[in-house]
Design a protein around this ligand. Structure first.
Ligand code: T4K
Length: 372
């Protein structure tokens, strides 16, 4: 773990609050001595995020994995859950931790997201839920997914860990499905160092989720269910409040980085990237490129290593596929033949450095290495 990484170009870098302003908020916390359990900054951040994200209810968590676990609990999901293999392991682990069985369905190569056309064939009498991911912040085909869910009586939980602030046709994509989860990890567009949230559509469910993340406690002498401890503390909430003030500026800077990459890589044979999706306000959380080894004259891994040799640390998100890990590889739906598009994407992707702090020099250094 480098103490100073100034000469490295990393895949991301956390958006940090202004230190003086953070010190002032820390003084407030020190003075009132209320450091967690629904404190003032926690409640202020919930209100501010509802306003920013244009959603009715939010429940803050200590990371982006606990909201996934809690959403499955809150909706009492059992049996089989249809999901994507092309994600971070937390998505599938949350299903496993709830003693449910993940069923992998292939992705759409145009978006990297669960392909609705392939979902119905995977539904069995045990299926109760679909858990798609808005991968890289690209919105899923929510109408296709919702149509199947309605027809078959399934719940939908969107893992929106990458999709902070993403809108489609002017509406937050967090409004889709029964619930959506967010991650506020340091590597995300909006971060509280560690943190996360669950987006909820009604007051009764908000109460249930708040209760589940506080051990199931309703008052000093009553515990109504086997809850967990998922509460966000005051220090992270204060950090989040300050970061929220600068997140739009950070997204704008990310957009500029994306434009530079898109323009400069357009003509490079064997390198492709996603096209802009019509009507989508993107957050540019990642910038994946896909390497066609034959056309490019170098494999994905050779390019990845070459970038590293020049101190540019991209990441192969999401390689290997979740379905390839030993916990899941024995499942029938994990077979390679069932997931051709996911394998192709996992084997060709490199996420290039993408964050608010990249200089033009760093962007063009990366582009030059890819072009050379
Ligand atoms: N669902 C999805 C779809 C997700 O992608 C994730 C998490 C989750 C659910 C679960 O949310 P959380 O429970 O994590 O909140 C990262 C993150 O740990 C993880 O949050 C994220 N997805 C996943 C895609 O990526 P790594 O292993 O890539 O992180 P790391 O430590 O290698 O950092 C990457 C680069 O970021 C470093 O090279 C430098 C930079 N960095 C990182 C940290 C932590 C910094 O500059 N400062 C930092 O403090 O996993």
């Amino acid at each position: 773990m480098p103490l100073e990484n100034n000469n490295l170009i990393t895949v991301t870098s956390p958006l940090l609050p202004d230190l003086d302003e953070f010190r002032e908020l820390l003084k407030d916390i020190w003075n009132c001595k209320w450091v967690t359990n629904n404190g003032r900054f926690h409640n202020l951040l919930e209100t501010a995020l509802c306003e920013y994200l244009k959603v009715p209810y939010i429940s803050l968590f200590t990371n982006g994995t606990l909201p996934l676990l809690t959403a499955l609990q809150a909706l009492r999901i059992t049996g089989e859950v249809i999901t994507t293999p092309f994600s971070f392991v937390a998505t599938t682990h949350s299903i496993w931790w709830n003693h449910c069985r993940p069923v992998f369905v292939d992705i759409d190569p145009k978006t990297g997201n669960l392909d609705p056309n392939k979902i119905e064939a995977a539904i069995t009498p045990s299926t109760t839920c679909i858990l798609p991911v808005h991968c890289y912040g690209n919105p899923c085909d929510t109408s296709g997914i919702n149509e199947i869910a309605e027809k078959c009586g399934l719940k939908v939980i969107y893992d929106a860990a990458h999709a902070f602030g993403v809108e489609k046709d002017g509406v937050s994509i967090l409004k889709q499905g029964d619930m959506s989860t967010l991650s506020f990890h340091a590597t995300k567009v909006f971060n509280t160092a560690e943190g996360g949230a669950l987006i909820i559509h009604d007051e009764e469910m908000k109460r249930r989720v708040d209760n589940l993340k506080n051990f199931g406690i309703t008052n000093e002498v009553t515990v109504v269910g086997p809850g967990i401890n998922g509460k966000m503390d005051e220090i992270r909430a204060a950090y989040g409040l300050l970061n929220l003030k600068q997140v739009d500026e950070a997204i704008n800077k990310r957009r500029q980085v994306a434009i530079h990459y898109q323009d400069a890589l357009k003509g490079v044979s064997g390198i492709s990237c996603f096209s802009d999706m019509p009507g989508v306000r993107h957050n540019y959380s990642y910038f994946p490129i896909f390497v066609n080894a034959e056309e490019y004259g170098m494999t994905r891994d050779e390019l990845y290593d070459k970038l590293k040799d020049h101190n540019i640390f991209g990441r192969r998100y999401f390689y290997p596929l979740i379905s390839s890990f030993s916990t899941y590889s024995g499942l029938p739906s994990a077979s390679r033949e069932n997931l051709p598009n996911a394998h192709r994407m996992a084997e060709s992707v490199i996420c290039l450095p993408m964050h608010h702090g990249l200089s033009e020099e760093e962007i063009y250094h990366t582009i030059d290495i890819i072009r050379s």
